[in-house]
Design a protein around this ligand. Structure first.
Ligand SMILES: C[S@@+](CC[C@H](N)C(=O)[O-])C[C@H]1O[C@@H](n2cnc3c(N)ncnc32)[C@H](O)[C@@H]1O
Length: 371
């Protein structure tokens, strides 16, 4: 089977590397994500162990769809009865680019009709549509008149790990935070610090990665467990994977030290609750960044305030920039939502990446230790 791990723009390399690290097969990065291959159980495993992708999709079919009728026929030819019964709810989302069909809502509707009509023919009854919480979430991507039909194995975006109930005013998605940790190049042995931690997402993702704590262990049930095809044997396979993931967690004494600080006591309280829920140790301190003790040769990854609600004033930003520059032996990595953030850091980045944080184009600047 062919799977597709979708990635936030600019993070495809992190997703590809994580798939390789976990020994998935046939890994190849393309626009918007990374494809990989294997039996269905590999799709389950991807949902369980991967921290960086936005979603894990299972590819069902690709076919030419220059017209609505061709689209309908191609979707109707798929053996939906394996995943969908009359008791299962479905939802369809569509995207299109450079194709004769240009309305994604029309494409989604045609797709839904084809699925429903096939199942009505087979079972005499049709499944219901539930756009909010479907059992089977279908994605249709139409590019240059070629349709690809996917189902979402997770059933929801994978950043919803279940540990973060408390958040500051501008929390990062957990999956994006995991990508930053990966792209920072942290070796998972040196100490790690986020000195502007907000609700703690970056530090929690770092701690969990170093502990090899699979994100799916504490997440709500994945979509595939609600498919008609998820039978006794699938359940046994899934349970065995969960067991293996539990057995590979690194004991606390062997984990590196992960610290996080912020000047705002309210967000720190949230970070504390979130870390406990995630099952990781993060050493928290209430501190302004310019009062943080020299972290030595740690990795320092942060996402300073930007934009109207969270703007740092000029003096504050300059102080924060000087504080980062003074951490001379550290590997520093800064996700900047506005150019002003990087202008206040008196250092030249050794690497500058462009990453999408939702709709916001950000820079991720890496600063190597001073020689
Ligand atoms: C964009 S938020 C970080 C969000 C965080 N990555 C998360 O996922 O929740 C920026 C944080 O910087 C903190 N901050 C602002 N000025 C600071 C300073 N001088 N020292 C330490 N923290 C500061 C704010 O309180 C805020 O929590």
């Amino acid at each position: 089977m062919i799977f597709f791990a979708t990635a936030a723009k600019g993070t495809e390399g992190a997703v590809r590397d994580e798939l390789r690290e976990h020994r998935f097969r046939g890994v190849r990065a393309t626009r918007g994500g990374v494809a990989f291959e294997g039996p269905l159980g590999e799709g389950y495993r991807a949902c369980l162990v991967l921290r960086t992708p936005v979603r894990v999709l299972l590819e069902l079919s690709t076919f030419e769809a220059p017209t609505g009728d061709a689209l309908y026929a191609g979707v109707r030819a798929i053996e939906w009865e394996h995943a969908v019964s009359t008791q299962t709810t479905i939802a369809v989302r569509a995207t299109c680019r450079s194709s004769a069909l240009t309305h994604s809502q029309f494409i989604a509707l045609k797709t839904k009709d084809a699925i429903v009509d096939r199942l009505r023919d087979r079972f005499g009854e049709r499944p219901n549509v539930d756009p909010e919480d479907p059992d089977v979430a279908v994605f249709l991507h139409l590019v240059k008149d070629e349709a690809t039909v996917y189902v979402d194995l997770g059933g929801r975006p994978l950043h919803l790990r279940g540990y973060r109930k408390e958040a500051g005013p501008a929390p990062l998605k957990e999956t994006l935070a995991a990508c930053l940790v990966a792209l920072s190049g942290w070796d998972r042995r040196a100490d790690f610090l986020d000195p502007m931690c907000g609700s703690g997402t970056i530090a929690i993702e770092a701690a969990a990665r170093a502990a090899r704590l699979a994100p799916g262990l504490s997440a709500p049930p994945f979509g595939f467990t609600r498919w008609a095809s998820f039978d006794e044997e699938s359940r046994r396979e899934w349970d065995a994977q969960v067991e293996r993931a539990r057995a590979s967690v690194v004991p606390p004494a062997e984990r590196p030290i992960v610290r996080a600080s912020d000047r705002d006591p309210l967000v720190l309280a949230a970070a504390k609750v979130n870390a406990a829920r995630a099952g990781v140790d993060v050493v928290l301190a209430r501190q302004s960044i310019d009062k943080v003790p020299d972290p030595g040769d740690a990795w320092v990854v942060l996402n300073p305030p930007y934009g109207e609600r969270l703007e740092l004033d000029r003096d504050d930003a300059a102080r924060a920039g000087r504080a980062l520059a003074s951490m001379r032996r550290a590997h520093r990595a800064v996700l900047a939502g506005s150019p002003a953030v990087l202008e206040s850091i008196p250092l030249r980045p050794s690497k500058l990446l462009t990453i999408m944080n939702g709709d916001l184009e950000c820079r991720f600047a890496l600063y190597a230790p001073a020689r």
